[in-house]
Write a protein that binds this ligand. Structure first.
Ligand code: PGA
Length: 241
């Protein structure tokens, strides 16, 4: 595992964006795994800036997002479809047909999960996966206890995740309590993984995930066994590592 320590969140996102920019330039038809959440917004902004400066071309890139809520329309401003269009897709020359998120409105959610796995496989697998980490150690919506061999599946969100994410909804009751998520195996199979974490609230879980036992109770701990993981942290998140 490689650790890149930045002082501020902006610097952290700049360093993570450097990794993505280099990767895209070296392999312009890369398959990228993308994440939502508060942490990576500036990273996407930095990639947009580089695109606008003529330094990056997304025209042959394929993307797969980690997760999506069940039952939120793509137009809902808290859906991950909305987030991705707002934060990246609509601002660069990504081909819409090559940008994928699980469809949380699908009539048959199990079939949707299977189809998502097949699409990832048909694209040749994920070259570079961006991850955040939840305060309970989740990666994507793989909550503590999720088996390491899981593929894309439907999940019941934990009270901890509901508490953290419901603040973004107009009323907490509006937040869905289920979601579709890439599984632990799906994520682990990415050839290269970059995990970004910012803020003091992530310091304890980063220590547990990367220096504690590898256990499904701390989903991110599996990353200790991956051969190409880069952790990019700001000073507050990196306090104990
Ligand atoms: P955050 O989410 O970037 O909003 O902290 C990370 C996560 O829960 O995976």
């Amino acid at each position: 595992m490689k650790i890149i320590a930045a002082q501020t969140k902006a610097e952290m996102n700049g360093k993570a964006a450097d990794i993505f920019a280099k990767h895209i330039s070296a392999k312009p038809d890369s398959v990228l795994g993308l994440a939502t959440g508060e942490t990576p917004r500036e990273l996407y902004r930095s990639l947009i800036d580089r695109y606008e400066a003529g330094e990056l071309d997304f025209s042959r890139i394929t993307t797969f997002n980690l997760d999506e809520y069940v039952g939120l329309a793509p137009e809902h401003d808290q859906s991950y479809h909305y987030y991705m269009h707002d934060a990246l897709f609509d601002q660069v020359n990504l081909a819409p047909e090559r940008c994928h998120l699980p469809n949380g409105m699908a009539p048959d959610l199990d079939a949707e999960c299977r189809a998502y796995e097949e699409q990832i496989e048909a694209a040749g697998g994920i070259d570079l996966q961006l991850l955040g980490i939840g305060v309970n150690g989740h990666i994507a919506f793989n909550e503590p206890g999720t088996p390491f061999d899981s593929t894309t599946h439907q999940v019941q969100l934990t009270p901890s995740t509901i508490e953290v994410n419901s603040q973004y909804f107009a009323t907490p009751e509006e937040m869905p309590t289920t979601a579709l998520t890439m599984g632990m195996k799906t994520i682990f199979e990415a050839r290269r993984i970059v995990l970004v974490a910012s803020g003091a609230q992530k310091a304890d879980i980063l220590r547990a995930a990367f220096f504690g036992p590898v256990t499904p109770e701390v989903p991110a701990s599996i990353l200790q066994q991956h051969n190409d993981v880069t952790l990019v942290v700001d000073e507050a998140a990196g306090t104990y590592i």
